[in-house]
Design a protein around this ligand. Structure first.
Ligand code: NAP
Length: 362
């Protein structure tokens, strides 16, 4: 082979390798169905219907193919409108998309699964979703007028439905999948024990687990458990949920001190500068490089573009180690759901409770 030919062969070879690598990073294959799930999705929590409708249409135009929503986000209808318009405008087909939604806390029981999924499908204006998750392992009684949790007027506590039975609910989820209403099934905010019990009793094992996961809360043990059980992991709040700060502080009186500011961390900024990338891109790529799916939320066109431009660089082992060292374990958790007053008294509340000062001084 002459020199010019060899250079062309090598560069063609490395180009193939480069594109193969990007493709491997852009999708993961789900167990049992072998469906491809895009490792980047658009989060839609805290996005009002009028805003999210145009955002989703824009995101699809930009190349997003995975949208994450939930009954509780109150925006499924708007997302359905955007997707329908995008398809009607001839820009793609339903099969090109991966749509996730979630069974709400007020519907977390066998008798409600099918009812909620059918309602959600009609709101989304589609005949199936790609992934249906049980949003949380606990349940509240439902106000049938508003589909929101019943709250005790005297105490302000949420009315807990303590009869929650994950196995019978999961069997209904399996039935929904059999009927073709969802292609894949999963869980969100469940702990390892809860998932193990479902695995033991299920025909279809949970295929995806969606949990809080970011540089300060890397869920190392839970991810290892998921890898051993062929469960793909989706990271919610992958940027540390900067928007949650305002939401929780104004709505639920949380202390602003508990919120991380991952985008400002020196370690993240130094790595970003080295690669000519932004801190958000480094935080997202850090997870995707470990085969974790990320679903950053944004309604800004620039940030939508920024958050999808995460596949053209690789973090070196020392850079990965620097970011891995940021993990604070359980102390890094933001979403403990204690804003739902009394939720920790539910028998299926999944997290360790923060240690109070009184307990420390005992
Ligand atoms: N399963 C669950 O229980 C659960 C819980 C929480 C969240 N989720 C899902 O996970 C998604 C992501 O979590 P999240 O929304 O809490 O947090 P996140 O994606 O970590 O952060 C979103 C926030 O960061 C801002 N942002 C986005 N891109 C940015 C960038 N490149 N630079 C700077 N700021 C940026 C957004 O503001 P702008 O919109 O102004 O850009 C928004 O305020 C949710 O939207 C939801 O779909 C699931």
């Amino acid at each position: 082979m002459n020199c010019r030919k060899r250079v062309w062969f090598i560069s063609r070879h490395s180009l193939c390798y480069y594109f193969q690598n990007i493709r491997n990073m852009k999708y993961i294959t789900l167990s049992q169905t072998e469906d491809l799930m895009p490792t980047l999705g658009l989060g839609t929590w805290q996005a009002a219907p009028d805003v999210i409708e145009s955002t989703v249409y824009k995101a699809l135009d930009l190349g997003y193919r995975h949208i994450d929503t939930a009954f509780n986000y109150n925006n499924e209808e708007a997302i359905g409108n955007a997707i329908k318009k995008w398809i009607d405008d001839g820009k793609g087909t339903r099969k090109d998309l991966f749509i996730t939604t979630k069974l709400p806390h007020v519907g977390n029981r066998e008798s409600d699964v099918m009812k909620f999924l059918n309602l959600q499908l009609s709101r989304l204006q589609m005949s199936y979703v790609d992934l249906y998750l049980i949003h949380v392992p606990f349940a509240f009684y439902c106000d049938p007028e508003t589909f929101t949790p019943l709250i005790n007027k005297d105490t302000g506590d949420y009315e807990l439905d303590k009869e929650t039975n994950h196995i019978t609910t999961w069997k209904k989820m399996e039935e929904c999948q059999k009927k073709g209403l969802t292609r894949n099934l999963g869980l969100s905010n469940f702990n390892e024990n809860q998932i193990t019990k479902i695995i033991k009793a299920s025909t279809v094992k949970p295929q995806v687990l969606q949990v809080e996961l970011h540089a300060y809360f890397q869920q190392v043990d839970l991810r290892k458990f998921c890898a051993e059980n062929d469960i793909a992991v989706t990271a919610y709040a992958p940027l540390g949920s900067p928007g949650a700060k305002t939401h929780f502080v104004t709505k639920y009186n949380y202390s602003p001190d508990v919120f991380p500011d991952l985008l400002c961390l020196k370690e993240v900024n130094d790595i970003a500068e080295k690669h000519g990338k932004t801190p958000a891109q480094v935080l997202l790529h850090f997870l995707v490089q470990q085969k974790v799916v990320v679903i950053p939320k944004s309604t800004s066109e620039n940030r939508l573009k920024e958050n999808m431009d995460i596949y053209d660089f690789e973090l070196s082992p020392p850079e990965m180690n620097t970011l891995k060292k940021l993990d604070k374990g359980e102390d890094g958790r933001i979403f403990n759901f204690l804003f739902w007053k009394g939720v920790e008294r539910h028998p299926e509340y999944p997290f360790k409770l923060p240690v109070t000062e009184a307990e420390v001084t005992k």
